[in-house]
Write a protein that binds this ligand. Sequence first.
Ligand code: GLU
Length: 441
Amino acid sequence: MTTTRFAPSPTGYIHVGNLRTALMNYLIARKAGGTFILRIDDTDQERSKQEYIDQIQRDLEWLGLTWDRIEYQSKRLDRYADAAEKLRQMGRFYEAFETPTELDLKRKKQLNMGKPPVYDRAALALSADEKAALRDQRGPGVWRFMLDQQRIDWRDGILGDISIDAASVSDPVLIRADGQVLYTLASVVDDTEMGVSNVVRGSDHVTNTATQIQIIQALGGTVPAFAHHSLLTGPQGEALSKRLGALSIKDLRAQGVEPWALLSLMARLGSADPVELQTSLEDLAAGFDITRFGAAPTKFDEKDLYPLTATYLQGLDFAAMADEIAALGVPADLAAQFWQVMRDNITTRADLAPWWALCRDGAQPVIAEDDRAFVAQAMALLPEGPFDAGTWGAWTAAVKEATGRKGKALFMPLRLALTGQASGPNMGDLMPLLQKIPGRG
Ligand code: GLU
């Protein structure tokens, strides 16, 4: 049974990088007919906020990435306490009392001596009395998991064969001095108890994975299949981490990016497969293969979302847009035609409103000094409305006849005079939609 999970920490809005993780896990479950769990990693009570939990759910729902189950780590603290107790009884868990400053000093010394900055396990040498004295002085210590100092190997779904020497990794702290269970332990307990079979996450978690494998084994769980995707960079290969806040799903949505544009891009970016607009999660899942993804950092350019958004909108028939177009105030007898004309001329849905305003109210005309007389002459030849599909052709033929102008010199000043813009829909198509002509009452 394939079970995957997306495990965001609700300490901020989810962004394109998180979406990539969510989508990969979703598609693996979907393709296998398995279970997709949304797991809220909210053990950090101070930084976790309900507002973020709500927004994460709204974002995923908007994208259609629905979950079969939702779990909250904050409701499972007793499970983590049980696991901690089990590790303690096994002798794999020990209390350590170093302050952050002391740890820092140790690290610096090790680095100076050319050694890897690995925790030296000094706490293991403490007698029960020494521990009691330290506890009195400093309060409770942190709890560290005692790694078995062997190589930890796994076959990663993206990175291939990985081997990490546990001796080069510090014994991970699983419980903080204030008693807060840390993600590493919580995640392992959840993955084991929830039967998670596949974990895809960012390559920043590779070392975590090594330690988690040992913790899972210590607790008698089954190690899931791991895959670590590369991290996103900006278009120039620059670190994206600082900009990710501006690339939240929420903001991209507000900017008019369509869900299918985001899904289509993020499901293929960084893989050997081409990015094409897809409009079915089933198709996306069917064509999804984690082994097609590369280990190299993946360049992400938010600009790529807009052509996909435009392509998606172009493909919508009127029925899909009827309500939205009616809400703009487009009269029913013009609505279908308005969509027909505009759909090839918009990047996002938000572009429809200004086009309708232009049709309804008339544009602010743009007329070059040299074209004043010409435009005035042309306007005098423009018939009374309403216009039809033949108006533009007949009018420009008459203007050509009267002025001798042709080609761009004929058409462009007229377009600018009627729309105020150098580009836009075919004028023949646009004319019948114009409710008001600049300069006419
Ligand atoms: N809450 C963790 C994170 O957001 C989850 C990592 C994982 O997938 O295990 O990084």
